[in-house]
Every structure is written in C-alpha cells, then in structure tokens.
Design a protein around this ligand. Structure first.
Ligand SMILES: *[C@@H]1O[C@H](CO)[C@@H](O)[C@H](O)[C@H]1NC(C)=O
Ligand SMILES: *[C@@H]1O[C@H](CO)[C@@H](O)[C@H](O)[C@H]1NC(C)=O
Ligand SMILES: *[C@@H]1O[C@H](CO)[C@@H](O)[C@H](O)[C@H]1NC(C)=O
Ligand SMILES: *[C@@H]1O[C@H](CO)[C@@H](O)[C@H](O)[C@H]1NC(C)=O
Ligand SMILES: *[C@@H]1O[C@H](CO)[C@@H](O)[C@H](O)[C@H]1NC(C)=O
Ligand SMILES: *[C@@H]1O[C@H](CO)[C@@H](O)[C@H](O)[C@H]1NC(C)=O
Ligand SMILES: *[C@@H]1O[C@H](CO)[C@@H](O)[C@H](O)[C@H]1NC(C)=O
Ligand SMILES: *[C@@H]1O[C@H](CO)[C@@H](O)[C@H](O)[C@H]1NC(C)=O
Ligand SMILES: *[C@@H]1O[C@H](CO)[C@@H](O)[C@H](O)[C@H]1NC(C)=O
Ligand SMILES: *[C@@H]1O[C@H](CO)[C@@H](O)[C@H](O)[C@H]1NC(C)=O
Length: 401
C-alpha cells in the first residue's frame, strides 16, 4: 500500500521533469531550417572541398563553412538577416590572390563570426611517463601539419560530413567529422555532448597511425581566428555524469566579450568540450582517457592564413589569432600504441554555450532521497491520526445501557 503511494508520488514528480530535462538551458534559437551545398558555384575545385551549410532561424541566419583546402577549417558566420547568403569568388579563393574571396551578402548583416582551424598534431615520446611534452624526459617529434595531409573528398550524410586523410607516407588516417543541427539535442555517441542549432560539432580521430616511439602521446593544436579572439578557458562543474560517465566538468574556450561590447554580457562565441577522449572506436568507460589543455596563446595571423584558404579568403592575414594545445592522456594512462586509436569531440558555436541542467535521473534520485522520508512521515502521521480517531469513535457511541 505505502509502496504504491511512493510510486505514484515519484511518477508525479518525475514525468514533468523527464519532459523538461535533457534540453539543457539557454536562450538561443529553438530551430533552424538547414540547406547544404558542396562547393557552391564550382563543380570540382582542385585541392579540397568547401561545404556550405545555411541555417535559417526566425530572425537571423547562421552560415557554417567547412573546408579542406589546407588544414581542416570551420567558419561560423552569424547574420541578422534571414536572406543572407555566402558568396565565393572561386578564382581568387583558389589562387589566394586576394582576401575577401568569401563574403556575405547583404554586406553589413554580419553580427559575429569565428573560426577554428585544426592546425597540427604533435607527437612526443613520454620517456618518464609524465604526460608533459616539456619534461626533460620527453622528446618532441616533428608535428603532423594538417595542411599537408592529403584529404579525401567529403563523405556527406544527412547532417554530417566526414573528412579523412593520410599524412605523407604514414600509416593510418586522420579524420574529422562535422555535424550540424536543426534543433536542440544530444549526440548518440559518447561523450554525448549537448548541442543547439547555433553550434556545430567536430569529432576528431587518429586511427592506425604507427607511433614513432614506444611511449608516444599526442597533442592537438587548435587555432581560432576572427570575431572576438578566444582568450579564456573556463571549466564548469556539474554533479551530473549521466551522459558521460565519470566526467563531471565541461571546458569552454570563450571569446573575451569585452572586446566587442564593454558591458559584461553573453559571450559571442565558444568552443566547448568534455575533458575525455577514447582509445577505441567503440567508446566505453574502460577506454576513456583524460584530456587537458595548455593555456591559450596569441598566434601569428599570417601562418594561420597560410594554413587555410578559407581563413585567408574570409579574414585575410591580419586578423587576431589565438591557439590552444589539447593534450591526451595523463601519467600512468596507456600510451597511444596500446590501441593505435584516439578520438575526441568538441562543439563550436555562437552565443552562449549550451549547458546541461540536472537530468531526470539526478532529479529522481533527489526525489527518492528527500521525498521518501517526508512521505513516510506523512503516511505515518495520517496512520496515527486514523488510529486515534477510530480508537476514539467507539467510546463516543458507546451504547447507553
Ligand atoms: C522552415 O521550413 C518550414 C517548412 O518549409 C516553414 O514553415 C518555416 O517557416 C521555416 N522556418 C524558418 C525559420 O525559416
Ligand atoms: C523575432 O522578431 C520578432 C519581432 O521582430 C520578435 O518578437 C521575436 O522575439 C524575435 N524572435 C527571436 C527568436 O529573436
Ligand atoms: C590577382 O589579382 C589582380 C587584380 O585583381 C590581377 O590583375 C592579377 O592578374 C591576379 N593574379 C592572378 C595570379 O590571378
Ligand atoms: C544588422 O546588423 C547590422 C550591423 O550590426 C546593423 O547595422 C543593422 O541595423 C542590423 N539589422 C537589423 C535588422 O537588425
Ligand atoms: C627522466 O628519466 C631519466 C632517465 O631515464 C632521468 O635521468 C631523469 O632525471 C628523469 N627526469 C625527470 C624529470 O624525472
Ligand atoms: C561514407 O561513409 C559511409 C558511412 O560512414 C561509409 O559506409 C562509406 O563507405 C563512406 N564512403 C566513402 C567513399 O568513403
Ligand atoms: C607502416 O606499418 C608497417 C607495418 O606495421 C611498418 O613496417 C611501417 O614502418 C609503417 N610505416 C610508417 C611510416 O610508420
Ligand atoms: C578582455 O579584454 C579586455 C580588453 O581588451 C582586457 O582588459 C581583459 O583583461 C580581457 N580579459 C581576459 C579574461 O582576458
Ligand atoms: C606557407 O605554407 C607553405 C606550405 O604549405 C610553407 O612552405 C610556407 O613556409 C608557409 N609560409 C608561412 C609564412 O608560414
Ligand atoms: C603546442 O605544443 C607544441 C609542442 O610543445 C608547441 O611547440 C606549440 O607552440 C604549442 N602551441 C600552442 C598554441 O600553445
């Protein structure tokens, strides 16, 4: 009897929470209509592909460009017009003759833009197992310059594009997969990042690269160009690890919004990730490995523009640029050679980064933990009252002899 009461209460508490949770918190657009074109205006450009995703919301539009002409580059342009489109002057774009070969019409509708270049993969021999490339016991190998990778054509599916390539004569592949989103949701694959329609997700993996030492570990160098320079990394804590087991934080590389507007406000752009990578294609807790970052640094805009035709075409070679190193593994963790595989996922977007709210599971645990004692008190109190009343009743109607 008491048990079914508990169930009824849990149902009352949990059903509305299940419906509202999992969407996260945020103020951005709820839905965007997406259209995708490959190499708009050119049948088959030499040297790599340019994917154009146009995502139109009720009052604005987001333009996502993903390019393999050089190092893989993601460019996000936020326009306050629903009519805006990106135009590419292919002759200038391919010859790198002048910047401004990638533009938005109508001009002046651009509210914000930012971009991310996957520029280098560093490998080092972690001789003393310190997971620190600067340790005296570590030897740094020449980096894999991602602009020198021979990239395949994009393999397109509904809302994603897969790009894989081979570095010179090395074994194995380096892959980057872009996913774009019409609405809020969460990826099926671990680390199951929450996304919104103002963001795009990149998954990066190294598959079958022959390590150059027995104790090889890797770093990924990311370069951000444009908009407000991304300057600070913040780590947001959460007690909820339902979607990414054992991970209780989210790292966010944010632009310094004071550069654009003096008043503190929402950040205009972000890169967000969970500090975990996986050492096998099938991500499980057993193959999870921690991810750390080194503080962001100012970078040379000329070399970023040189590494990516999309960066040069849209920003030229004098736009503020910053870089960050993401390092995979900690001291004591298995080396890359244990599986010859490493994958990591990140989200890039405009506006506020999406953040998890408490999930239904956590709320249910809270409800059971706090609700049960209260319910027992309540049920106990009612039971005592009923007993008292029913005990009192017969005396009141005691037959009069
Ligand atoms: C998206 O497309 C649907 C159907 O074509 C249309 O009704 C809706 O207004 C569009 N939304 C936006 C934001 O353009
Ligand atoms: C779109 O614009 C209309 C009127 O201009 C406004 O009422 C509405 O709040 C805006 N919607 C969003 C999502 O900004
Ligand atoms: C570069 O652009 C200038 C001016 O637009 C033009 O005169 C020149 O021929 C171009 N060079 C190449 C290699 O396309
Ligand atoms: C769009 O943004 C531009 C530049 O910030 C501004 O001049 C223009 O007034 C904006 N238009 C609308 C409709 O908000
Ligand atoms: C690293 O190991 C070498 C010997 O392999 C040792 O000489 C050196 O002191 C160690 N360095 C550190 C920082 O532990
Ligand atoms: C494209 O991707 C699909 C699914 O990931 C795969 O089955 C297919 O072989 C790929 N095609 C090419 C040409 O790589
Ligand atoms: C590629 O793999 C083969 C076989 O495992 C190995 O002998 C060769 O050294 C590797 N090549 C490179 C460049 O790592
Ligand atoms: C943000 O930019 C302002 C002005 O350029 C600077 O004073 C401030 O230190 C920056 N904040 C951070 C956290 O980098
Ligand atoms: C530009 O890239 C080419 C090869 O992609 C390289 O040889 C050259 O040194 C680079 N220049 C600069 C200034 O980085
Ligand atoms: C990343 O690490 C490598 C090797 O330690 C270093 O040469 C490079 O400058 C670092 N990049 C950034 C942006 O910190």
């Amino acid at each position: 009897m008491a048990e079914s009461w508990v169930h009824a209460l849990l149902l009352l508490v949990c059903v509305p929470l299940t419906l509202t949770s999992g969407t996260g918190t945020g103020t951005g657009t709820r839905h965007r209509n997406i259209s995708i074109s490959l190499n708009p205006g050119h049948p088959d450009p030499p040297g790599g592909d340019l994917l154009y995703v146009r995502a139109v919301g009720p009052n604005d539009s987001l333009h996502i460009l993903f390019c393999s002409q050089g190092a893989p580059t993601l460019l996000l342009i936020h326009s306050n017009s629903t009519e805006a489109t990106v135009k590419v002057d292919w002759d200038d774009f391919l010859s790198r003759n002048s910047s401004g070969s990638v533009t938005v019409v109508p001009e002046g509708s651009v509210v914000y833009s930012d971009s991310l270049v996957l520029s280098r993969v560093w490998e080092y021999n972690d001789g003393n197992d310190t997971a620190d490339p600067a340790d005296p016991g570590s030897d740094l190998f020449p980096p894999y310059e991602l602009q020198d990778v021979t990239w395949s054509q994009f393999n397109l599916s509904t809302l994603s594009a897969l790009l894989c390539g081979v570095y010179r004569d090395s074994n194995g592949t380096i892959c980057v997969q872009l996913s774009v989103f019409e609405s809020w949701g969460r990826s099926e694959l671990w680390p199951r990042l929450l996304h919104n329609p103002d963001s795009a997700q990149l998954a990066f993996w190294l598959d079958g690269l022959t390590p150059r030492s027995a104790h090889s570990r890797f770093l990924l160098e990311l370069t951000a160009v444009g908009g407000a320079p991304l300057e600070t990394v913040r780590t947001v804590r959460s007690i909820d690890d339902e979607f990414t087991p054992s991970i209780f934080t989210v790292s966010q590389w944010l632009s310094n919004s004071s550069v654009l507007a003096p008043a503190p406000g929402p950040s205009p752009g972000f890169v967000q990730w969970k500090p975990v990578a996986y050492r096998k294609p099938a991500a499980t807790l057993e193959v999870a490995t921690p991810v750390r970052y080194r503080p962001p640094r100012q970078q040379d805009p000329v070399s970023a523009a040189n590494a990516s035709k999309l960066i040069f075409g849209f920003y030229g070679n004098d736009t503020p640029t910053s870089g960050i190193n993401i390092s995979f593994g900690l001291s004591g963790e298995p080396f890359y050679g244990s599986t010859n595989y490493l994958s990591w996922t990140l989200l890039v977007g405009v506006g506020d980064p999406p953040l998890d709210s408490f999930s239904a599971l956590v709320w249910s645990i809270l409800a059971v933990g706090l609700g049960t004692p209260l319910l027992l008190l309540l049920v106990g109190g009612v039971w005592v009252c009923v007993r008292k009343l029913s005990a009192a009743a017969p005396t009141a109607y005691e037959p009069i002899n």
